[in-house]
Design a protein around this ligand. Structure first.
Ligand SMILES: C[S@@+](CC[C@H](N)C(=O)[O-])C[C@H]1O[C@@H](n2cnc3c(N)ncnc32)[C@H](O)[C@@H]1O
Length: 226
């Protein structure tokens, strides 16, 4: 799967691609990432990408011309056009269902905003999928874009070492929170591992995990059960 990051701060992603699961996925050819600086499509002496809002108000808005030119050029940089995603707090809130939908595309262009956001005509003219990381305001779309990549690559076949592990994650197939998990030592500072997990009885363990998953979801996120 290919991701194209359209940003005013490509350097923010330094390091992010160079470690962990994402690096492994890139090295294995399962994920391809390209960074593009929107400012490279700005014209004029100052290479300005933003301007003051019509009607007044604080801050600056990212203007149409460099964004349209950048998106069009990036689309043409590969044989297959990608789905454009705009990172915006006004978009659909990111959840596992959205992540699953995003993982069905072969190519995503992630358009990261800054300042007070985008000229409205960028939405109108480019018709992106609008995705929000949550009901809060970040300084830019770069961290939300990383969130999308981080969550989506887990669903790409062969990216996770153990193919079943994303299946049992919270929000995945069951739609519930994951059950509690333990590892060695068996006892730590007076806290013990539930006996059933040491029993070797796989049926009992599966039943216990299902019950715990349901209990935890009821206690913490009853909205998921509705
Ligand atoms: C400071 S925000 C602008 C917020 C805008 N004035 C508003 O109220 O909707 C600048 C940029 O950060 C990104 N951003 C901020 N919060 C975000 C969120 N929760 N989800 C996705 N992107 C976000 C967007 O790309 C946005 O254009």
């Amino acid at each position: 799967m290919r991701f194209d990051l359209l940003t005013l701060f490509p350097g923010l992603f330094d390091g992010y691609f160079e470690q962990g699961l994402l690096k492994k996925a890139i090295d294995a050819g399962l994920v391809e990432i390209h960074r593009w600086n929107i400012r490279d499509w700005a014209t004029g002496v100052h290479k300005s990408v933003d301007d003051t809002p019509y009607g007044g108000g604080p801050g600056m808005l990212i203007a149409c011309p460099p964004v349209f030119d950048c998106v069009e050029a990036v689309q043409q940089s590969a044989d297959e056009p990608g789905r454009l995603v705009m990172l915006t707090p006004q978009g659909r809130r990111l959840d596992q269902k959205t992540v699953e939908e995003l993982s069905t595309y072969n190519r995503l262009l992630l358009l990261c905003g800054r300042y007070e956001g985008f000229d409205e005509r960028i939405r109108e003219g480019l018709e992106p999928l609008e995705i929000s990381a949550g009901d809060f305001i970040c300084n830019g779309g770069e961290v939300p874009a990383m969130l999308i990549i981080d969550a989506v690559i887990r669903l790409i076949p062969n990216v996770l070492g153990d193919e079943t592990s994303s299946k049992y994650d919270s929000f995945a197939e069951s739609g519930m929170l994951e059950y509690p998990q333990y590892t060695r030592p068996r006892e730590f500072r007076g806290m013990t591992v539930p006996d059933v997990l040491l029993s070797g009885n796989h049926q009992e363990i599966a039943r216990w995990r299902e019950q715990q998953s349901l209990k935890r979801t009821q206690e913490r996120r009853s909205d998921l059960l509705e």
